[in-house]
Design a protein around this ligand. Structure first.
Ligand code: BGC
Length: 497
């Protein structure tokens, strides 16, 4: 390829990742429409957002004071936590964490029976409680059989039918255990816990465990954001939604109960009897525009989707989250090698052809490399892909990296803008409008937390898109403290309300 042809080709790649103001606005309108349809239709379809009712109908205010048990299944790890809420927005945790063995992940786990993975989780939970129990200072109180209420963060799309019941719609982020799809997650976990507890004499485990709340990580983040930010706060903040942007991507927010028209008459009657007016909705935002009616599509997005474990689904997530940003850049690099713009690495170093071999963390270093001749980038590319580059090529790759991350952040801004607009918080005619209020967006996840400049790029997207500058300046983006752990505990607490 001649230099000018190469130049042109790279510029066309960068252009393909661009999202301008009109597209931001079109995406936002489509997102609002997709939310509205999702609130009135079942969660499984492709043409609208899943908008899953969580049966969480109020947020904590920071004064809650109690001890709670929680566990959290993330993309690659499992944690058990014993949380002490101190009643002043503060808390302490005792925690154990395990990496999920590869036997349960991707193809290796595909054909496992439905109980296998839950037996593994139950084993960890029971041993954790046993460990906590035997170390508890109040031993004498625990001589009678004690029940631990458990909140379970399960960060995959689940059709929730009650606070403690929900069927898995599909796996995302690397799990594939087919026998679990369509099954009630709480029932499976509870069965495995009970069977573990009954397999040994009662003296060994003098307790029972009841899984009382199933909670998505975004729901947990909203609960944790509300608990940690409200007590004693000098600012007028209002946690309006929570975002996870790490391995996966998703958003939860509080919706008017009367808009959740897909709730059954029975569910509505039960909830209304508690005199509440709102419910937390797990939007499963990763699934926005699976029909690709407005979302931009590059050739690299198509390959990412084809090689993923859930092709055709979570297409928004595949343009945003940490699991995929590295893969998008790797596919661009493969294309540039195939077009002979980049030099093919020596055969012994062919890792550049391995799916998902480029971690998003590498992009975060390239993004802000200001070393002479981009020497840092040079080292990262050699180390991660065996790729040798010239200074000029590295400058191109940096521009492409920035285009990929900017697109991701702008797409996040679309979802934030849509939820704020739909909520009426910026509309002076709406009862939800409060002049002096900041709209707090509680975040968690490695991309939003660690990717350099990500939060600023979101803000830029907010101001360029439908919120405009006036709306953007009302938004306060904060990091939540352990949304999935603390949040699961707080969800368990709502079970007794
Ligand atoms: C899952 C969501 C989860 C998000 C963030 C997505 O892949 O579908 O349920 O909240 O990842 O972890």
């Amino acid at each position: 390829m001649s230099t000018s042809a190469a130049n042109e080709y790279v510029q066309s790649i960068i252009k393909s990742f661009e999202i301008d103001a009109p597209l931001l606005k079109r995406l936002t309108s489509k997102y609002i429409e997709s939310m509205e349809n999702g609130l009135s239709h079942s969660s499984g379809g492709k043409s609208h957002l899943p908008m899953i009712p969580t049966f969480i109908t109020s947020l904590p205010n920071g004064t809650e004071k109690t001890d709670i048990l929680a566990c959290d299944l993330g993309g690659t790890s499992f944690r058990c936590l014993y949380i002490k809420l101190q009643g002043n927005s503060k808390f302490t945790t005792e925690m154990k964490k395990w990496e999920i063995p590869s036997d349960y992940l991707a193809e290796e786990g595909r054909d496992l029976p439905e109980n296998a993975f839950f037996d593994y989780l139950a084993n960890k939970i029971v041993n954790f409680v046993q460990y906590h129990n035997s170390n508890d200072e109040n031993q004498e109180l625990l001589t009678t059989k004690k029940n631990f209420n458990l909140g379970f963060t399960f960060s995959y799309p689940v059709e929730q039918t009650a606070l403690n019941a929900g069927n898995l719609i599909r796996w995302t982020k690397g799990f594939e255990i087919t026998s679990v799809v369509g099954k009630d997650i709480v029932e499976l976990l509870q069965k495995s816990i009970d069977s573990k507890l009954s397999s040994v004499p009662e003296e060994k485990y003098p307790f029972t465990i009841s899984c009382v709340a199933l909670c998505n990580d975004t729901t947990g983040t909203l609960l944790s954001g509300a608990y940690t930010s409200t007590y004693d706060s000098q600012d007028i903040v209002d946690p309006i939604m929570s975002i996870i942007c790490g391995t996966g991507f998703n958003i939860a927010y509080m919706e008017d109960l009367k808009s959740c028209t897909k709730l059954t008459a029975e569910q509505m009657e039960f909830i209304s009897s508690k005199s509440v007016t709102e419910m937390c909705i797990n939007t499963e935002s990763g699934s926005f525009d699976n029909e690709l009616s407005v979302l931009p599509v590059t050739p690299y997005d198509k390959i990412v989707d084809e090689e993923s474990t859930n092709p055709g689904y979570h297409l928004f997530e595949k343009r945003i989250s940490g699991m995929f940003l590295g893969e998008i850049l790797r596919l661009v690099i493969v294309d540039l090698i195939d077009k002979q713009f980049l030099l093919e690495p020596k055969p012994s170093k062919k890792q550049y052809r391995h799916k998902f071999s480029l971690k998003t963390e590498v992009l975060s270093h390239i993004e802000i490399d200001d070393s002479k001749d981009l020497k840092q980038t040079e080292l990262y590319l050699i180390e991660s892909l065996g790729l040798r580059t010239t200074t000029e090529q590295r400058h191109f790759l940096q521009q492409i990296t920035r285009a990929i991350s900017r697109r991701s952040a702008y797409l996040v801004s679309v979802a934030i803008s849509a939820i704020i607009i739909k909520s009426g918080r910026l509309d002076p005619k709406s009862p939800k409008y409060k002049y002096h209020q900041e709209l707090e967006v509680c975040c968690d996840g490695s991309v939003v937390q660690y990717y350099p400049g990500f939060k600023s790029m979101i803000r830029h997207g907010l101001s360029l898109g439908s919120l405009g500058h006036e709306g953007e300046r009302r938004v306060h983006i904060s990091m939540a403290l352990d949304g999935s752990g603390l949040g699961a505990g707080l969800a368990a607490l709502t079970a007794s309300k």
